[in-house]
Design a protein around this ligand. Structure first.
Ligand code: CLF
Ligand code: SF4
Length: 298
């Protein structure tokens, strides 16, 4: 709450529905699915669907060009007075597919200077974007960190594509971990509020997430959001096909409780779609599909 927060931080979170539990009843977010390219492979992902780092897997969001996305944001802002945040959270990686992310944010910020910009990434490309993130006033970033031990990470990430080459195994998990923690340190040092997401994968990282929680707290993460793996064979993911199950509610709570005293936990995440519109837990996306937008918005 506001009691234990400095005023500058409170000003940044009081109208952000994900960073402030109170705000989520009164302020809305919207996502635009402008960033389809991705630079890693997660075993819980099928690229045809939304990026499960932040969003609900198994859902196909409406993909937009930056121009279309900017039009959509203006149309939503005109109809949804509670709109306070524009997020880009997939379907791929917003920091890797940077040209589209940047163009979208710039077009929107020019027309709606008060909207908060929020971006979600696997972290691999993030250190290269820090200067622009700061200069563009993107003050909320989410990094999905599922493991800090590459022995564990190798079972979650079969490969990463970094500096022109594909890496696998322990090497891939080490590169990714190092870049994620670097991005977290660089962003928090510049005053950007970083939330860390972790996907809880029973038998793989459940006992390890307490170490993730400590590591991200030590590097300044504002919130830690431990999300349940949603695994369904019909989604065609590696985990879906190997029968990896998601956690029960009790298993999720056990891991969250074990993290008490570490980085603050987010417990109101609704695992939104990459094209979600409205208050958390409500989805008005169907009211604002491309075919329903006016051609030109004044
Ligand atoms: Fe979107 Fe994410 Fe920004 Fe929120 S969602 S990019 S931080 S504006 Fe929020 Fe939705 Fe959970 Fe994400 S409830 S999936 S945490
Ligand atoms: Fe899929 Fe997102 Fe992982 Fe990329 S970062 S593989 S889009 S879940």
């Amino acid at each position: 709450g506001p009691d234990d927060m400095d005023p500058a931080t409170w000003a940044k979170v009081k109208d952000h529905p994900c960073y402030s539990e109170e705000a989520h009843h009164y302020f809305a977010r919207m996502h635009v699915a402008v960033a389809p390219a991705c630079n890693i492979q997660c075993n819980y992902c099928n690229r045809k669907y939304d990026c499960a780092n932040e969003s609900r897997p198994g859902v196909v969001s409406e993909r937009l060009t930056p121009d279309q996305a900017a039009r959509k944001v203006l149309a939503v802002a005109a109809e949804v007075p509670q709109l306070s945040v524009l997020g880009i959270a997939g379907p791929g990686d917003a920091a890797y597919d940077w040209k589209r992310t940047k163009s979208t944010f710039e077009q929107v910020a020019e027309r709606l200077p008060d909207i908060r910009l929020c971006l979600s990434s696997n972290g691999l490309a993030l250190p290269d974007r820090v200067d622009e993130i700061v200069s563009m006033n993107i003050d909320h970033v989410t990094i999905t960190i599922n493991a800090i031990d590459p022995e564990i990470g190798q079972h979650i990430y079969p490969w990463v594509f970094f500096q022109g080459a594909r890496h696998t195994g322990i090497e891939a998990a080490t590169i990714l971990r190092d870049r994620q923690l670097l991005a977290l340190e660089m962003l928090t040092a510049r005053g950007v509020l970083v939330k860390v997401n972790s996907v809880l994968i029973p038998g793989i990282n459940d006992e390890h997430l307490i170490e993730v929680n400590k590591a991200v707290k030590a590097r300044g993460a504002f919130l830690h959001n431990i999300m349940p793996l949603i695994s369904d064979p019909a989604h065609g993911t590696h985990f879906g096909l190997t029968g990896q199950r998601g956690p029960t509610g009790a298993e999720l709570k056990k891991v969250q409780d074990a993290c008490a005293g570490g980085a603050n936990l987010m417990r109101h995440c609704r695992q939104c779609r990459a094209d979600a519109v409205g208050l958390l837990g409500e989805d008005r996306g169907q009211e604002f599909t491309l075919d329903k937008l006016p051609e030109v918005i004044e």
